[in-house]
Design a protein around this ligand. Structure first.
Ligand code: AMP
Ligand code: MG
Length: 318
């Protein structure tokens, strides 16, 4: 049984696990999170794999305090006011990502913004401090199932996919964090959650824009529009390379090509491929090629999310 009582010793072991790139489930004040090192592409790919998420939607980064958050995000005056008023707590801020941040591309799904928060739970806090790493931690359930508010729920849902579950009893809110886009001057509500919008409005003395009214802001940030899309046209399922194409390869059986080529995983490892995907698309784009051929990628495990991303990249654009 992977469930352990969250003693100091167990938290130290869990911190060691995440530093090694493994996944650990832990309680926050909202729900149990499935945590992994958000600077490690393979760890974040393993989160998508374990949850069987069919898409690479951006994940929330959890850090121990504001000082740490400032190393990853550009704080607007609005962001700072919100952080000071509600952190630690169940409020997630979307802010511009700092160039110096070492978060991996997969954490933010290639976006230029990140979602970040400081959880208010002693076990989450202790784990973040012991690990000394920002943790990506979506709810610790299989995609489409309800969020776990007890360690046993995590075990029932994810079983051996998570190496260690820190048991801290039932979580307090059982509701996800509220997400506010604080990149501009006016707060935009992206997701309702444990902090009521009215509470935020009264603290700020300013009204919140609902994402639906915000026009160009995508309501569901997992959507294509805001994600990195290559400039080049993308051809999927390529088993050979046409004249002038760059190649995004997968596996060991790669067709000969004189053009630019990046292999997502020479050993055919889907987790490795997911970890490399966003950087590889960017790098091929930067070669100046106007066409990218992509080899077939199996649809199993995290391959589904990889193919979802690639299909969007290949979809006709207006
Ligand atoms: P979860 O971690 O599963 O609780 O959900 C993360 C939520 O945060 C999703 O709704 C994401 O779409 C949202 N999110 C994460 N990063 C961003 C971002 N950079 N911009 C907007 N929303 C984000
Ligand atoms: Mg969830």
């Amino acid at each position: 049984m992977a469930i352990v009582k969250a003693t100091e010793g167990a938290i130290r072991v869990a911190a060691e696990h995440v530093r090694e790139g493994q996944l650990v489930a832990f309680p926050t004040e909202t729900v149990y999170g499935l945590g992994g090192d958000s600077t490690n592409g393979k760890a974040v790919a393993a989160i998508f794999e374990a949850k069987a998420r069919p898409r690479f939607n951006p994940l929330i980064v959890h850090v121990a305090d504001i000082a740490n958050a400032k190393t990853h995000a550009e704080f607007t005056p609005l962001g700072l006011r919100l952080a000071e008023a509600f952190w630690p707590g169940p409020l997630t801020l979307v802010l511009r990502r700092r160039a110096e941040s070492d978060l991996c591309d997969l954490t933010s799904a290639g976006l230029e913004t990140i979602a970040i928060r400081v959880p208010d739970h002693p076990i989450a806090q202790a784990l973040l401090k012991a690990a000394g790493l920002p943790l990506a931690a979506p709810s610790a359930n299989r995609s489409g199932r309800v969020s776990p508010t007890q360690a046993a729920h995590v075990h029932i849902d994810l079983g051996e996919r998570v190496g260690l579950i820190l048991d801290g009893g039932p979580t307090a809110h059982g509701l996800e964090s509220t997400i506010i886009d604080a990149t501009g001057e006016a707060p935009v509500l992206l997701r309702t959650g444990a902090v009521p919008a009215e509470t935020i409005e009264s603290v700020l003395g300013q009204s919140i824009i609902r994402a639906a009214e915000a026009g160009d802001k995508p309501q569901s940030p997992g959507q294509l529009a805001s994600h990195y899309a290559p400039e080049a046209r993308v051809r999927l399922g390529a088993i050979d390379v046409h004249e002038g194409e760059a190649l995004l390869a997968f596996g060991s059986d790669v067709p000969a090509t004189a053009g630019p080529m990046i292999n997502l995983s020479a050993t055919g490892d889907l987790i490795e491929a997911a970890a490399n995907l966003f950087a590889a698309l960017r790098a091929l784009d930067q070669t100046g090629t106007d066409r990218i051929a992509v080899m077939p990628i199996p649809e199993n495990g995290v391959g589904e999310a990889i193919n979802d991303r690639l299909r969007r990249a290949a979809a006709p654009r207006s």
